[in-house]
Ligand binder design. Structure first.
Ligand code: AMP
Length: 211
């Protein structure tokens, strides 16, 4: 799943994961787990996370490699938030193959609106929104009843930095994948389109590829 922060990568990937029976791997979640567990790496990478900067390639590739070597990834997986730089894409090519890149095209104003009203489950990392995707019970996760919180990097100043980082370091990767004819773009110009509708569109795209 490819796209700027707040384009819905995690929201759609978690639903696709259930429908396609493939693990959803979010490198953002892997990073936040390291920070939460206060590992040595976690202490080091937190400074990048809170400033909206990218974690160094070698560290993020290490986390990804460890995760995809787990048995549940043997038949494939959905990546969310990786790769984000050309060296990461090159590293990925050494350890796996990429079947399709779903590029989420969402305008900046929708992104800023979405991220500033986003809520995350502290327990299972499910994504909600105060306006467009409310939980059934205020402040609690529908799936696991975990506490919902706002990510520290979803503050307006950090959102702008993350968008800038996306533009400079990640967006150029699209060309890399376009040259391999792997990119399929899904446009979502409004903030309140139900995620299920977008997910159906993505599944259709995947079926068309397989046909
Ligand atoms: P995300 O949850 O995908 O928005 O990621 C949150 C933060 O984790 C990013 O702003 C980066 O600091 C870090 N991060 C996640 N994935 C990567 C990656 N592939 N490369 C570098 N840093 C990453």
């Amino acid at each position: 799943m490819f796209g700027p922060p707040g384009s819905g990568k995690g929201t759609y990937a978690s639903r696709l994961s259930v429908k396609l029976s493939l693990p959803h791997i979010s490198t953002g979640d892997l990073v936040r787990d390291e920070v939460k567990n206060q590992t040595n790496m976690g202490k080091h990478i937190n400074e990048f996370l809170v400033q909206g900067k990218l974690v160094p390639d070698t560290l993020i590739c290490q986390l990804l490699q460890k995760r995809i070597s787990q048995p549940d990834c043997a038949n494939g997986f959905i990546l969310d938030g990786f790769p984000r730089t050309i060296p990461q894409a090159q590293e990925l090519e050494k350890i796996s193959t990429t079947d399709l890149v779903i590029n989420l095209d969402v305008p900046d104003e929708v992104i800023v609106e979405r991220l500033s009203t986003r809520l995350i489950c502290r327990n299972c990392a499910a994504v909600y929104n105060e306006r467009t995707l409310k939980p059934r019970k205020e402040g609690r996760c529908d799936r696991c009843d975990g506490e919902l919180y706002k990510r520290e990097d979803d503050r307006p100043q950090v959102i702008l930095e993350r968008l800038e980082v996306y533009r400079k370091q990640t967006h150029p990767l699209l060309k890399h994948y376009q040259a391999k004819n792997l990119v399929r773009t899904v446009s979502n110009r409004q903030a309140d389109v139900p995620p299920e509708r977008i997910v159906e569109g993505i599944i259709q795209l995947i079926h068309n590829e397989a046909a």
